[in-house]
Design a protein around this ligand. Structure first.
Ligand SMILES: [Zn+2]
Length: 681
C-alpha cells in the first residue's frame, strides 16, 4: 500500500550530522494529474499539554480509489465522505490508520474529518541522524515539529495537493507551515495564523516554538515582493539580520541564473534539535547549527536553491534523484568557483579522492540514487552527479548550459521530473544528441580509468608533432580528455576525444613541447590512478575490503585498538594476525609506537614519515603500495593516547596524515597529488 514517507532532504555540508535512511516509495505523479486534491485544515496545538486537535475538509477531484491515512496515535472524532460516515479503518500499518475509499464517478468528493490526539515529547538529546529516523510528531514548549510523514493530519496517500492551514497556538508560541502567510494575529488569547500553499505540494510539515520573528522584504525578479523571515529562539535572535541579508543575496543570485523565485516567502526557522531540513519556502535548522559561521556561507544557499531544484521541480524518485547533484553543483561548487579556480579545483580533487577511496564495485549507478544513506551514496549522488554537470557545462559551454537549465525550470515547475527530462532540456538548448553522455554517466556504476601510455615528439619543418596514446579499461567510455601541452612558450590545453580502449592522437604545436600532462585540472570524472590519488584516511572508513592488523596481541592496547577500528569502519573489523604475510587488500594497522616501528622494519616498509615523526601523542598516516592498495597506520605513545582517538579520528577522512595531542588534532595534511605527466625527449 502507499503510505506517505519522509521526503525531507537533509541539509548539505553538515558532514558530522548527516546520514539517515530516507526511503521514498511514493512518487508524486506528474502534477497535472494530481492537483485535484486540496486540504483545508484548522489545527489547535498545545505544546505544554502535547495535544493537537484538528478539522480538515479534503476535496478530491480524482474518480479512482483513494487511500486516506492518519497517524495511529490520533483518534477520529467525526468523519463524513460525501455525507456518508466513514467506516472503520480497513488497511493500516503499525504507525498509520488507513481507509480505502472506493472509486466514484460523481464529480468532486468531499471528505470532512475531525481528529485529536497526543503528540510525542520532543527529545532534544537526539542527534540529526536520530531526528531523521523518527517520524513521530513531537512537541514541547521549546519546539514542535510535525513532519508530514508522521501522519499528523489526514492525508490522501501518494498524491500532490494544494492546501490551506489555519494554526492556533497558546500565547508566546508561533508556528508555521510552508507557504504564504495570509494573515496572523497575536493576542492575549494566543497566536493565530493562516497559510496557503497554492501549488501541488508533496506534503505538509508544521513547526512551532517560542520564536522571535524578524522580517525583511525584497523584490523578486518579476517585481513581486518576497517576504523574508527568521523564526529564531531568543538565544540566537541577534543572528536574524545576517540571515535575512544572506537569504536575499542567494535569492537574487539564483533568480538571475535560473528564473523567478517560485514562492512569496522564505523563512529560516530554528529547531531545538541539532537537525537540518529543507522544505519549500523555508529551512529548519538546529539552534547550534545556525550558530556555525559556515552555514550562512554554504548550507543556507544550498537550501535556498532547493526551492528551485527539489521543492520547485520534484525529482521523480523512481528513476533517480538528480536534485542533490544539481544543487551541489550550483551551490556548494559554484561558491568555490566564485572564490577562485584553486578552491574549485580543490573541491573536485576532494570528490575524486573520495571516489578513489571506494573499492571498485562498491558504488551504484546514479539512477539508483534516491537520497543520502551512507558515505558511498553521498560520493555518488552528490559528488559524481555534480561533476557530471560540470562535464556537461564544459561540453556545451556556459551559455547553452544555463539556457537549458532555464528551459527546464520553465517547463517543469511544480512537476515531478526525471533525468530524462533534464537530458531533453539540454538537447533542446544545444541541438545535440546527448544520449551517450547521459547513458554512460547515469547507468554505469564506477568511473573510467584513463592512463597515458605513450607520448613522443617529432620535429617538423615548422613546429612540432606530438603523439599521445591514451588507454582506458575494456568497456570504453566516450570521453573528452583534457591534456596540457607544456611547451617552451607556455601551456596549452587540448581536448582529446577518447572512444576506444586504446587510441593514439596527433597534435601539432609551434613551440618546442616539453611535457604532456593528463587532465591536470581534474575536470573529468574518473578513477584516479594509484599514483594520482594520494591515499587518505577515508579509504579505511568506506572500503569494505579493508583488513585490520592489531599489533598489540592482547591487553588494554589491543582492546583500545579494536574499539578504534570498529568506530572508524562503522562495522566489526576484519582482523588478521600481525604475523601473517601482508595481504593484497588495503590494511589498517594499529599499535603503539615501538610496535609499529618494529613491524615496519621487519617488513622492510618505509619508516614513519618525517612530517609526523616525534610529534604529539599519536600519529596517523597513509602510504600506497604498488597495485593500488594502501596502508593506514595509527601509532600512539601509550594506551591513553590511543583511546583518545576514538572520537576525533573519524572526522579526518580527507587527510593523509594527522597528528594528535590527546584528542586534539595539532597537525594534518594530504600528500601531494601526482598528475600523470610524460616528458618529451
Ligand atoms: Zn540538498
Amino acid at each position: 500500500m502507499n503510505l506517505p514517507t519522509p521526503r525531507l532532504h537533509a541539509i548539505g555540508g553538515l558532514t558530522c550530522l548527516l546520514l539517515m535512511v530516507l526511503v521514498v516509495t511514493v512518487t508524486p505523479a506528474a502534477a497535472s494529474a494530481t492537483t485535484a486534491v486540496e486540504y483545508d485544515i484548522a489545527v489547535r496545538i498545545d505544546p505544554l499539554a502535547r495535544r493537537i486537535e484538528g478539522r480538515s475538509v479534503i476535496t478530491v477531484g480524482i474518480p479512482g480509489e483513494l487511500m486516506l491515512v492518519l497517524g495511529r496515535r490520533f483518534e477520529v472524532t467525526y468523519a463524513l465522505i460525501d455525507g456518508v460516515p466513514l467506516a472503520a479503518a480497513t488497511a493500516g500499518t503499525t504507525s498509520m490508520h488507513a481507509w480505502r475509499i472506493p472509486r466514484s464517478q460523481r464529480g468532486p468528493r468531499r471528505i470532512e474529518i475531525h481528529w485529536r490526539g497526543e503528540l510525542a515529547p520532543l527529545d532534544t538529546s537526539l542527534d540529526h541522524r536520530q531526528t531523521l529516523g523518527r517520524i513521530e510528531p513531537a512537541s514541547s514548549a521549546a519546539g514542535t515539529f510535525l513532519p508530514d510523514s508522521s501522519g499528523w493530519y489526514p492525508q490522501i496517500a501518494g498524491t500532490l495537493a494544494r492546501y490551506r492551514v489555519s494554526l492556533e497556538l497558546p500565547p508566546g508560541q508561533r508556528g508555521l507551515v510552508a507557504g504564504r502567510l495570509v494573515e496572523e494575529s497575536d493576542t492575549a488569547e494566543g497566536y493565530r495564523a493562516r497559510f496557503e500553499f497554492p501549488f501541488p505540494s508533496e506534503g505538509i510539515d508544521l513547526m512551532a516554538g517560542p520564536y522571535t520573528v524578524e522580517t525583511g522584504t525584497m523584490r523578486g525578479a518579476g517585481g513581486r515582493p518576497i517576504q523574508l523571515r527568521t523564526y529564531f529562539h531568543p538565544q540566537i535572535a541577534e543572528l536574524a539580520s545576517k540571515y535575512l541579508d544572506e537569504v536575499k543575496g542567494y535569492i537574487e543570485f539564483y533568480e538571475a541564473w535560473i528564473g523567478e523565485y517560485p514562492f512569496t516567502e522564505f523563512s529560516v526557522v530554528s529547531s531545538p534539535t541539532p537537525t537540518g531540513f529543507g522544505m519549500p519556502t523555508l529551512t529548519y535548522l538546529g539552534i547550534e547549527v545556525l550558530r556555525l559561521p559556515f552555514i550562512r556561507a554554504t548550507s543556507l544557499g544550498h537550501e535556498v536553491l532547493h526551492n528551485w531544484w527539489g521543492n520547485g521541480v520534484y525529482p521523480d524518485y523512481a528513476h533517480g534523484n538528480w536534485s542533490e547533484g544539481l544543487t551541489t553543483f550550483m551551490a556548494d561548487y559554484a561558491y568555490k568557483e566564485r572564490e577562485g579556480s584553486e578552491a574549485a579545483r580543490e573541491m573536485r580533487l576532494g570528490w575524486l579522492r573520495d571516489f578513489a577511496a571506494l573499492a571498485p564495485g562498491q558504488d551504484a549507478p546514479l539512477t539508483a540514487f534516491t537520497s543520502r544513506t551512507h558515505g558511498a551514496s553521498q560520493i555518488v549522488g552528490y559528488n559524481k552527479a555534480a561533476m557530471m554537470f560540470l562535464m556537461l557545462r564544459d561540453l556545451l559551454g556556459r551559455e547553452t548550459f544555463d539556457r537549458a537549465l532555464q528551459l527546464f525550470w520553465r517547463e517543469q515547475r511544480f512537476r515531478a521530473a526525471s533525468w530524462v527530462d533534464l537530458q531533453r532540456a539540454f538537447e533542446t538548448a544545444s541541438g545535440q544528441n546527448l544520449r551517450v553522455f547521459f547513458e554512460q554517466w547515469l547507468t554505469r556504476p564506477g568511473a573510467p580509468a584513463v592512463r597515458m601510455a605513450e607520448a613522443a615528439r617529432t620535429r617538423l619543418d615548422s613546429g612540432y608533432r606530438v603523439t599521445v596514446t591514451l588507454e582506458q579499461q575494456a568497456s570504453a567510455y566516450r570521453l573528452r580528455v583534457p591534456i596540457a601541452l607544456r611547451t617552451e612558450g607556455g601551456e596549452e590545453i587540448r581536448i582529446l576525444d577518447l572512444e576506444r580502449g586504446r587510441q593514439t592522437f596527433t597534435l601539432e604545436v609551434r613551440t618546442r613541447p616539453l611535457e604532456v600532462v593528463l587532465d591536470p585540472d581534474l575536470r573529468l570524472f574518473r578513477r584516479l590512478m594509484p599514483d594520482e590519488a594520494p591515499p587518505i584516511l577515508r579509504q579505511v572508513m568506506v572500503d569494505q575490503s579493508v583488513v585490520t592488523i592489531l599489533l598489540a596481541e592482547n591487553g588494554e592496547a589491543h582492546a583500545a585498538a579494536e574499539i578504534l577500528a570498529t568506530k572508524l569502519q562503522n562495522r566489526a573489523p576484519r582482523i588478521i594476525s600481525a604475523t601473517n604475510t601482508l595481504p593484497t587488500a588495503s590494511a589498517l594497522v594499529i599499535g603503539l609506537h615501538e610496535q609499529v616501528d618494529a613491524w615496519l622494519a621487519r617488513r622492510q616498509l618505509p619508516a614513519r614519515p618525517e612530517i609526523v615523526q616525534g610529534k604529539g601523542s599519536a600519529q596517523v598516516w597513509t602510504t600506497s603500495r604498488s597495485g593500488g592498495a594502501t596502508l593506514t597506520f595509527v601509532s600512539a605513545r601509550d594506551v591513553t593516547a590511543l583511546a583518545a582517538l576514538v572520537r576525533p579520528l573519524p572526522h579526518y577522512g580527507r587527510q593523509s596524515y594527522i597528528v594528535f595531542d590527546g584528542a586534539k588534532m595539532i597537525e594534518r595534511g594530504t600528500w601531494p597529488t601526482r598528475v600523470q605527466v610524460m616528458r618529451l625527449d
